[in-house]
Ligand binder design. Sequence first.
Ligand SMILES: [Zn+2]
Length: 248
Amino acid sequence: MFDVHAHLTDEVIYGDLDKVIKEAQTAGVKRFLIPAYSKNFWLRAKDIAEKYPAVYFAVGVHPLFVAEGDDPELRETLVKHPKCLAIGEVGLDYVPDDSQKPLQTAWLEREAAFAAKHDKPLVIHCRKAYCDLLEPLKEFGVPFVLHSCSCSREQVKPFLDLGAHVSFSGTLTRANAKKVLDLARYVPRDRVMLETDSPYIGTAKVRPPFVRPAQVMEVAESYSQATGLTLKEVENFTDKNAARFFVI
Ligand SMILES: [Zn+2]
């Protein structure tokens, strides 16, 4: 299994990294992607990827971290690293409100242009902003994955038409997951990936900040139950999708 969204750079995990990675591998996780969301974490993400053969990384600036600024020189260097697979996580976040919309939109356009320039896919974070997300993605034509997506069929449709991949997280495992389970049944199998967003998104069994990449198995189980596919089938095609999407 490939956890395509794990924040191994965050202190609660980083402080215990050997153990976290070993436990995940014992549970069946074979690959990990760290989406480094602030320039302050880029070098740490690269160092982890260099230390652990199973770990890859992405560089980007999350919409809630744009105030920390950019480091154009460093990102130009890191994007050429053989284990840098994507630009992310980047996107739009209108929680609690959309007051940062102009700033976030301009930033997303720069990230998408950077991804296009380096021929890398985008890892997209989006909260309450799907209405403004489509246009910039259309304009730059870069492959993208909607991370921890939990929108409706109607909302996701134009993104799928644009070639979107969708990664499902712990939200799929929760007792009240009706909407996201419906989305899991709707998104074509060849566009699906799985993730934990560890340590941030809780599962039915584990609450944040205790979520770790090992919990991607719980996400896979819920996806398997929702779709009637076996766990083995789910593992096979989600791994294949991720390898194709990230070009490994
Ligand atoms: Zn994240």
